[in-house]
Design a protein around this ligand. Structure first.
Ligand SMILES: NC(=O)c1ccc[n+]([C@@H]2O[C@H](COP(=O)([O-])OP(=O)(O)OC[C@H]3O[C@@H](n4cnc5c(N)ncnc54)[C@H](O)[C@@H]3O)[C@@H](O)[C@H]2O)c1
Length: 367
């Protein structure tokens, strides 16, 4: 018997440039110059192709070859078949190793385009142009790319950092209120766990009815992404020991992701993680960390924001717990609000069930 080995030290280090600003996308070719692609493949949400996709293609064509790939977007369509469709079109329209993928749409398009970009020739350049608030604050400035399989959200995926992220708040002019709120949930998550002044900024904007003001949105986007990056910078081992250290981004998500799975396309992502946050904050309370006043405060904020979309009869404790414990759930336990003091841990079914039961009872009262 012989033994051989070799070390694979191909680094994932990459500088990701994130530009945020009104009308920034009109200058897209200036930004693309750094990548200098031989062809740009825009993967565009079919719902926004007329509003934005065709115009952006025209702009790019002033300097680069460009092909639009249109995608019908839904969680059910976020699958392998449509990933293959994107990749097939890339080769059909003569993409090369020097070509680049560019997502134009919400989180679904970003995730699918990112995964395609990681697979084609084992990785080509990737630009994200996110058009929903959620994708602007969370999905695009990130490295997780994925599709769903067997109703399990994001179960097939890959790490792939974008080369460039262009965030233009003007896209949000056409976004529905419900989709706006879903992005706010992500911003509030960072606020509750890292900086309560962001929570205050958002709620004040809602109360003053200036939330849709582009400068206000730009501030929310900038602050949220800054907090996300701050968390990454303070967690140096994050990418090597993800399951142990990805504490903050998990908040509300361990439960929230299950709530999304109970009935696909019923809750938006933001609504699911908002319910998820309250259940997880209650777990923190049961463990002796946060107090009931904080839970009431968080509930009030999420209610004001309109994020607590009512759960229907499909959301039973049994279903939620069974789905959750099909895997090995890790929970982000918030120890003190607004201070990045979070622990990532496994929990017994008993304590999680207690929190879910409490919440479902609260929901009944709310209705
Ligand atoms: N780090 C990550 O990778 C990460 C983080 C959070 C969520 N996600 C994923 O992101 C997805 C959710 O993202 P999303 O909420 O953006 O969903 P989405 O992509 O489905 O977009 C939501 C809706 O908004 C529409 N839309 C997009 N841009 C628009 C615009 N400018 N004007 C009007 N309508 C517009 C879309 O057609 C769609 O109907 C989920 O699949 C989730 O798993 C990934």
């Amino acid at each position: 018997m012989e033994y051989l080995n070799f070390k694979f030290d191909k680094t994932l280090t990459k500088d990701v440039s994130i530009h945020i600003g009104k009308s920034i996308v009109t200058d897209i070719n200036t930004y693309l110059a750094k990548i200098n692609p031989d062809k740009v493949f825009i993967v565009c949400d079919s719902m926004i192709i007329n509003n934005y996709g065709k115009q952006i293609k025209k702009n790019i064509q002033q300097c680069y070859k460009c092909q639009l790939i249109e995608l019908k977007v839904s969680e059910n369509n976020k699958n392998f078949k449509n990933l293959e469709f994107i990749i097939d079109n890339f080769f059909k329209y003569k993409g090369t190793q020097k070509s680049c993928f560019c997502s134009l749409g919400g989180g679904i398009v970003c995730n699918m385009t990112g995964l395609a970009a990681s697979l084609v020739y084992r990785g080509i350049s990737l630009v994200h142009i996110p058009t929903t608030l959620l994708s602007q604050v969370d999905v695009a400035p990130d490295v997780k790319q994925s599709v769903n399989s067997f109703q399990i959200k994001n179960s097939i995926g890959q790490w792939k950092a974008p080369d460039l992220v262009l965030i233009d708040p003007l896209f949000l002019n056409t976004l529905s209120d419900r989709e706006m709120r879903t992005g706010l949930a992500e911003a509030l998550k960072h606020g509750f766990s890292q900086d309560l002044s962001l929570v205050k900024y958002i709620t004040t904007a809602i109360k003053k009815k200036v939330l849709r003001n582009e400068d206000v949105l730009e501030t929310i986007i900038y602050k949220t992404i800054s907090l996300k990056i701050q968390h990454w910078n303070n967690t140096p081992n994050m990418w090597n020991e993800l399951e142990k250290t990805e504490k903050l981004t998990h908040i509300g998500h361990t439960v929230g992701k299950i709530l999304e799975m109970v009935q696909i396309d019923y809750l938006s992502h933001g609504e699911a993680i908002s319910h998820g946050m309250l259940i997880e904050f209650y777990i923190s309370y049961l463990l002796g960390y946060v107090d009931m006043d904080f839970i009431k405060y968080a509930k009030e904020i999420l209610t004001t924001t309109g994020l607590l979309y009512p759960l229907n009869k499909n959301y039973t404790s049994k279903k939620i717990i069974n789905l959750m414990y099909q895997n090995y759930p890790l929970f982000a336990i918030l120890k003190s609000p607004g201070s990045s003091n979070i622990e990532s841990t496994s929990l017994t079914k008993k304590i999680v069930k207690k929190a879910v039961d409490w919440y479902l009872k609260e929901e009944k009262i709310r209705k």
